[in-house]
Design a protein around this ligand. Structure first.
Ligand code: NAD
Ligand code: WQD
Length: 356
């Protein structure tokens, strides 16, 4: 007699922006955790290579829809082909703070319209479980450190930050209107690093805005030197302090959030907020020193003026995520920087070297 075959159905999760930096790492962790990720991405800020990179890690290329998730008709097409989507992770958004100051319409349009479309899509298709990509930027300049989820949302430092605040208020209003949604908003601190396999990582287009890709590109000789934006802040060494989190740890937080949502038997609409950080702040100079240690290179840098909009110091109180999601960061700063550096060194071989 044939042994009884048990078909354990993998739960399908739609991942908007799944080809991006955090999305691709989350797709990998979803697949490793036994989910079936389905990507929707317009590739406006990602490279098609990423799908091959994901395949090298998980053994297959995830189903991918090359489309703009602001377009509900396109999303409907996905629903026709997959009527068994159980959850949504919504990464798709523009994220450049400086660009958002110059082009607010672009940011409001993409980041808010996409929230509305994906929410309509969920309501239409009976998908209750939603993870929203929020940011520590929603706290503005916090009064108390470490910052907890109970901290009030202060004036946003940029139109980008405001779109994240509005995103959270939008979901809150949908919950108040008793729309059948169960939302977890993850407020990421500063994601850095790359998958330990070096098959995927961050691919900034043009000159990087963020510290770590600027450092690794300087280490690789693509940039002449790093400018440290100000050393006269009232912080221990005068440079700004941030909570840098390994992107694979951050990806894991999405698995923890989805697991909580999918196992929640209650039908009451709700939204919860979680800080996703390590709880430890590092200054810019500490990051430079840690990079020098892991790379064995000395990093050329100069002290420049402050960058407008930078808060002097912010780091997370991540205790709520540990208590309610069972999640905490596992990698330390040296591991995160070493993975970022390994990835940077892989780029010429992958023909992905980005300059500009
Ligand atoms: P990313 O730009 O690498 O990824 C976003 C992806 O979404 C890209 O692949 C892009 O092509 C896609 N996209 C954008 N608009 C789209 C649309 N309308 N339809 C379909 N695809 C679209 O950015 P990331 O760093 O991976 O960030 C992911 C999310 O996390 C964003 O919502 C961002 O605001 C948030 N976040 C990022 C950081 C950070 O420092 N990277 C920190 C906090 C929050
Ligand atoms: C880190 C530190 C800079 C570059 C941004 C967004 C935030 C969130 C995370 C999305 C700061 C200093 C940087 C350089 C430097 N993203 N720096 N020289 O600004 O903390 O956060 O990404 O939600 O919203 O604002 O990150 O990596 O740009 O800067 O001295 O060339 O490094 O001043 O202190 P930031 P960052």
């Amino acid at each position: 007699m044939e042994p009884l075959k048990v078909h354990k159905q993998k739960l399908k999760i739609l991942v908007t922006g799944g080809a991006g930096y955090i999305g691709s790492h989350t797709v990998v962790e979803l697949a490793k955790a036994g989910f079936e990720p389905v990507i929707v991405d317009d590739f406006s800020n990602s490279h098609p290579y990423v799908l091959q990179g994901i395949e090298k890690i998980i053994g297959y290329e995830p189903i991918t829809y090359h489309m703009n998730c602001r377009n509900l008709d396109d999303l409907d097409q996905i629903a026709k082909e997959h009527d068994d989507i159980k959850g949504l992770v919504h990464f798709a958004a523009y994220k450049l703070v400086g660009e958002s100051v110059k082009e607010p319409i672009k940011y409001y349009e993409n980041n808010l319209d996409s929230n509305i479309s994906v929410t309509k899509f969920c309501l239409k298709n009976g998908i209750r479980s939603v993870v929203f990509s929020s940011s520590c930027t929603v706290y503005g300049l916090p009064d108390k450190l470490p910052v907890s989820e109970a901290a009030p949302l202060k004036e946003a430092e940029s139109p980008y930050g405001r779109t994240k605040q509005i995103g959270e208020y939008f979901f809150e209003d949908c919950i108040k209107a008793l729309h059948p949604l169960n939302v977890i908003s993850l407020r990421y601190f500063n994601p850095i690093g790359a998958d330990p396999s070096s098959e995927i990582g961050e691919l900034p287009i043009g000159i990087p805005n963020n510290l770590v890709p600027y450092i690794t590109q300087t280490g690789a000789g693509l940039r002449e030197l790093l400018t440290v934006f100000g050393d006269d802040y009232s912080t221990p060494d005068g440079t700004c302090v941030r909570d840098y989190i390994h992107v694979s740890d951050l990806a894991q937080a999405h698995i923890a959030a989805l697991s909580k949502l999918l196992s929640d038997q209650s039908t009451e609409p709700k939204i919860e907020y979680f800080n996703i950080g390590t709880g430890r702040g590092y200054s810019v100079l500490e990051i430079i020193r840690a990079f020098e240690k892991v790379s064995g290179k000395s990093l050329p840098h100069v002290i420049g003026p402050r960058r407008k909009g930078d808060v002097p110091m912010i780091y997370a109180d991540p205790s709520k995520a540990l208590k309610d999601l069972g999640w905490r960061a596992e990698y330390n700063i040296e591991e995160a920087l070493s993975h970022a550096w390994k990835w940077e060194q892989r780029l010429p071989e992958l023909n992905l070297k980005q300059t500009g």
